[in-house]
Structures are given as C-alpha cells and as structure tokens.
Design a protein around this ligand. Structure first.
Ligand code: URA
Length: 451
C-alpha cells in the first residue's frame, strides 16, 4: 500500500495536469480525444475534484466544443460503464429508441415502446425521472401497482429479446460519468450547453446498443429549449453525431407551448396512454406516436417511406397489437394487472376533484403549458429538487385545447388534488393559463420541422 505522501503526490500530479486542460479550454483551444477520455476516466474514478471539473464545465459552457471534441466526450461517457449488447438476428428486429427533450403531458414513450415492439423492433427504452415542471416516464410508470423500473442489464436484454420492449431506469453501472457530471452541471449553472447536452443524451442512448434513434426536440415556453432556433441547433448537433456513430438518427422539432394531450400528472397520463392504446384518447398524442413510429420504420428500411410507415403504425394501434404488447410488458415488469385495471375503471384516484369553468363562450385560443406544469408540480405531482417525493394521484385532466369551442360554464380543466385547499389554489393559477376569444385561433402543426 503506498504511503500517504505517495498518494498525495499522485493526486497532485492529476490536479496539475488537469489544470492545463482547464487553461486550454478557457483560452478556446481544442482538447484531444486522449485528453477528453482521460478527463472522464479520472473524474468518474474520483481523481479530479468537483471544483476543477466545475471550472472545465464552465469553460466549455463559454467556449463550446468542436464536433470532434463532442464526439470524443460522448464516447468517453458512453464507455464509462456497462453497455447493453443485443444478439445479431438474421433478417431480424432492429434495436431502436426515441428520446424526447420533455414537456407537459408528454406520454408518447408509454404508447410508442409497445407499438414499436408490435411492429417488429427491439426497444430498450431507458428513461428518467422528472425534475421541475417536466414529468418523467419512470414516475408515470411508478403509478402502476407493482411495476418495476429498476432492472439489471441482463434482465433488460432478456426482456427485450422475449417481449420486444422494456421501459426502465438506467442501471447503477450504466454511463456513471453522466450521472456525476449532470449533478455537477445542475449545481453550477452549466446545463444549457449544446455540446454538453448532446454528449449527455447521446452517451446514454449509444450505451443501449441502438441501430436507430428518433429524437423529439421540443421548443416553446414549457420546453427545455425555449426557442425554435436553439432546438434546431441541438437537434442538428445530435443528428450529426448520432449518424457519425453509426446510429441512423433523425429528429423533429415539436411545439411545447401547449400541453400534449388532455391530461398531465403521473397516473392521469398512464390513463390517457391506455386510452390511446385502446384507439381512444386525444388526436395530438396519437399523431405524435404515429409520426415517431413512421420515422423509425422509414429510418430502418422497414417501411418504404413515411406514408407507408404511418399506415403500418396506424394498423398496429387499431388492431390492438400495441395494446397487447403494453400489457405483456407490464406483466413482465411485475405489474399487478387486475389492480391496474381496477384503477383504470375509476374516474379519479385522488381525494378531491374540482373543475375550472369557462367564464365566457367562444374558442380557446391559448392553454399555457408552463402554467399547467407548475400547477401539477405544486399539487405534488413533480419535484423541485431531485430528493423530493411525489404523488401519483394528482394532476389535471379534461384540458381544453386551442381551437376547441366552449360555452359559458364548459369545463376548461379538472384538477385532481390531495385536498380542497390545494385544489382551490390550483384553480386560481390555472385560470391564467386559458384564453378565450370570439374567433378560433390559427392552428399550426405540432411537428414544425424534420431534421
Ligand atoms: N437531458 C439529459 O439527459 N441531459 C442533459 O444534459 C439535458 C437533458
């Protein structure tokens, strides 16, 4: 065992050589792939202190990274832990996934994973939890009695091979570098950096061993990227890098100024997803699900183009094949299907519901997704800090969307809450989210661009 003096000398050496890396980036120079790889290895192993890594992250925030540096960072992070590996199948099922940058009422993953499995894909969908106003797929699935979101890598691969899809959390040993760096970025105001976001998202997706990836990059007042220009830049960077890494990658830019669907909140979103899988539910949710599936079908050559992909996806949803896969996935991950069916049959699982009524007749011209997200979070459905517990029963449904005609006293939204006090507070805030006018608004398509 080395003496204390020797350890101190070795760590002082790491600190000194890392200082030159920070200085280089601070002055706008490019780092070599070897320097980047070493940085990630040393930081993950605890050899670089947080204060030095924070300084490098801030230098990257201001100076940016070249495409080569971003690629090296992505690979180094991907290789920092365990990766999934799927057997080659002759003429077989491509391994695919989608990533959404998140928004209010975005429950596409819940419907899309089983739909893709029913269409002959393998889908290792590794998802995350919500923070702030954005909901997380795992939090929604936790609302299903018995459903297990923490699975070891071997089990993930086995379920993907047998069922065709899994939706679960990242294992402890997958991409540990991202977990550590993301926490530090969160604490040092260095999250909104396109190369750092790209490396963070793609390192996790590349560790899934994908053939193709579809990205839904959202823009608008409730999106991570507020402007379409920022969303486009992020989408282009991710598509370029994903494609360079041998993963057929495509992105769309979709509007997140109004919520997706008519429900927001963990259990209420599971319920709306189940309706979509049952060929009911809101049009915009179905549209985004079908478009996502159609892109992956076209990207992998399983359909001759988007129109053919749409037809295949529509048929799989309409026939009940996707719904059957959903139930198969829930069962494989431990869900109690009779308790789940019992919950689905109830109008609400929250102690209190309260309706927000329109004060005047006309057309809904706005429904501010940011306000709705804040209301769901404040009802207890979301977290302010990572350690917060959340409620699954609270949220908002029956949301009136822009373009809908309402009469005086029509329901604009219904709040599900833990008690009457929080319901009344939510109603007061929600009133600000809706606008009604005599004429219908100009409607724009949900997907605004394909990258
Ligand atoms: N989501 C991620 O996974 N990483 C980021 O850096 C930002 C959003």
């Amino acid at each position: 065992m080395p003496s204390e003096g020797l350890v101190a000398t070795a760590s002082a050496k790491v600190h000194m050589s890392f200082l030159t890396i920070i200085e280089s980036k601070r002055e706008g120079a490019s780092l070599s792939p070897a320097q980047i790889q070493r940085t990630i290895q040393d930081y993950t192993a605890g050899k670089i202190p947080d204060y030095q890594m924070a300084a490098l992250l801030m230098a990257i925030f201001f100076q940016g990274l070249t495409p080569e540096e971003t690629a090296a960072l992505t690979f180094a992070m991907r290789d920092s832990g365990e990766k999934l590996s799927f057997p080659q199948e002759r003429g077989g099922r491509p391994v695919v996934d989608k990533h959404s940058t998140g928004g209010i009422g975005d429950k596409v993953s819940l419907v899309l994973a089983p739909l893709l499995a029913a269409l002959g894909f393998r889908v290792p969908m590794i998802s995350g939890r919500g923070l702030g106003i954005t909901g997380g797929t795992l939090d929604k699935l936790d609302a299903i009695p018995g459903y297990q979101t923490l699975l070891p890598a071997k089990r993930i691969v086995r379920q993907v091979q047998t069922v065709g899809c899994v939706i679960c959390g990242q294992t402890e040993s997958m991409v540990p570098a991202d977990r550590k760096i993301y926490a530090l970025r969160d604490a040092t105001a260095t999250v909104p950096s396109i190369p750092l976001i790209t490396a963070s998202i793609l390192s996790k997706k590349l560790a899934e061993g994908l053939d193709a990836l579809f990205l839904d990059v959202k823009f608008g007042r409730a999106a991570f990227m507020q402007t379409r220009k920022q969303a486009r830049e992020l989408a282009r960077t991710m598509v370029e890098l994903g494609s360079r890494c041998g993963v057929a990658t495509q992105a769309v830019l979709s509007d997140m100024n109004v919520p997706l669907g008519k429900a927001a909140g963990n259990w209420l979103e599971v319920k709306e997803s189940a309706e979509c899988l049952d060929n009911r539910g809101p049009e915009d949710l179905r549209y985004l699900v079908i478009e996502s599936a159609a892109h992956l079908l076209a990207q992998t050559g399983k359909a001759a183009g988007l129109a053919a992909g749409r037809r295949l996806a529509e048929a799989s949803l309409s026939s009940g094949a996707a719904q059957a896969k959903w139930l198969e996935m829930l069962k494989a991950q431990g869900a109690d299907l009779s308790a789940y069916a019992q919950l689905l049959s109830r109008d609400t699982i929250a102690p209190v519901t309260q309706e927000l009524m329109a004060g005047t007749a006309g057309f809904v011209t706005d429904c501010d997704a940011r306000i709705l997200g804040e209301v769901v979070r404040d009802l207890g459905g979301g977290r302010i800090v990572k350690e917060d517990g959340i409620r699954y029963d609270v949220g908002i449904d029956q949301i009136a969307k822009p373009g809908e005609r309402v009469s005086r006293k029509s329901v604009l939204a219904r709040v599900h809450s833990a008690d009457r006090g929080s319901a009344l507070k939510a109603l007061a805030r929600l009133r600000e989210a809706f606008k009604i006018a005599a004429r219908p608004p100009k409607t724009l398509p949900l997907i605004r661009e394909i990258i």
